[in-house]
Design a protein around this ligand. Structure first.
Ligand SMILES: [Zn+2]
Length: 355
């Protein structure tokens, strides 16, 4: 039992480390990670995977809030959206979950095509996926506050999911303004899904959020650190003066160098828990999905129309997937072989606090 626990902890930390490698060297991912990790007993991706397993193991609905339409082109971003398709695939493969995507109306069609590239059949309504396997619903949500309020009331009275996942989804700050990472106001472009998130929290639906900066729904859980240490966290570039830090807090966080990497890490942790490597994508699938997103008018966070994530190229994303696959496939294969070593390590006491 103790060896299993130690192995899960070590694999989880390896996954978190891999997805937090700060390739751009700009220091942000380490700040966010240390803030989120200090609030969570276990490594973040593994913790989130265990929470999802608890809620979805025998099937069930997961609402996935994603999509970031940004300036100056007013196009959707690859990061988050592509990762969320991989997460949906993992949740379907592992537990037969039913994902319902909520994103900006203007990127519904791109979201559907990205899901198709990930092997999932998209539908327009929750009813349609009720009896169907390997299917997801994609609901367009309005950027107009009044229309979004109506949609929120309708959806909340109609369906309660078992869990909510928010992935790279811009959230409002305490003054009601949505921001780009650089601190500019993008409120007119963002689907107003914050009240949906809050309404389900009020109904005690558990929430998991993935983000890489602090302007994404759920990251208000680490508000102190975002305001203190993240550029524009406390003082944005627009006249609202409220900073980019969002007001919403999630029950569980994954922070990573990019939100897609956090999503890849989550699929790796689920695959480890289920001891099934096929649950996570391979590098060929990541290539296919990123290229599909790129061909569907989604662009990289760097502003280039290329299949990259926040300026980091396709090849590295494929490499990272291979690294993550190795992080889980080796321990699944070798855990019996090294059991005695583990028992000795535990006996000698260095992991006492953890166990
Ligand atoms: Zn502002």
């Amino acid at each position: 039992m103790q060896t299993e626990k130690l192995l899960k902890h070590i694999v989880g930390q390896n996954i978190d480390d891999a997805v937090n490698l700060d390739l751009r060297g700009y220091g942000i991912s380490r700040i966010l990670y240390s803030a989120a990790r200090s609030r969570c007993k276990s490594p973040l991706c593994m913790n989130a995977a265990e929470q999802l397993k608890q809620k979805l193991e025998s099937g069930g609905y997961v609402f996935i809030l994603t999509g970031f339409v940004f300036l100056p082109h007013e196009k959707g971003e690859l990061d988050g959206l592509t990762g969320s398709a991989m997460v949906a695939r993992a949740l379907i493969k592992a537990w037969g979950a039913k994902p319902v995507f909520v994103c900006e109306e203007k990127i519904v069609s791109a979201m559907k095509n990205v899901l198709r590239a990930a092997g999932i059949q998209p539908y327009d309504t929750i009813e349609e996926i009720e009896e169907l396997p390997v299917a997801a619903a994609v609901l367009g949500f309005s950027s107009d506050p009044e229309r979004a309020a109506q949609q929120t009331t309708e959806l909340v009275s109609h369906k309660t999911p078992d869990v909510i996942l928010s992935i790279e989804k811009p959230g409002r700050n305490w003054r009601g303004v949505y921001h780009m990472g650089g601190g500019t106001d993008v409120s007119y472009l963002a689907a107003k899904v914050d009240d949906l998130f809050l309404a389900y929290q009020h109904k005690r639906v558990p929430t998991v959020a993935i983000g890489d900066l602090g302007n994404e729904i759920g990251l208000g859980s680490i508000e102190n650190e975002i305001r203190a240490y993240i550029p524009f966290g406390d003082q944005c570039q627009c006249k609202c003066g409220g900073g980019i830090c969002v007001e919403t807090c999630a029950d569980h966080l994954i922070t990573a160098s990019t939100s897609d990497w956090g999503s890849y890490g989550l699929t790796a942790a689920i695959a480890f828990l289920e001891e099934d490597i096929d649950i996570m994508p391979d590098s060929a699938l990541v290539k296919k999905v990123l290229e599909c997103a790129n061909q569907n008018d989604l662009i990289d966070g760097s502003g280039w129309v290329i299949p990259s994530i926040d300026g980091i190229g396709l090849e590295y994303n494929m490499l990272l997937i291979d690294v993550l696959r190795n992080c889980i496939s080796y321990p699944i294969k070798t855990k019996e072989k090294y059991k005695q070593n583990f028992e000795q390590v535990i006996k000698q006491g260095s992991y006492k606090k953890l166990l």
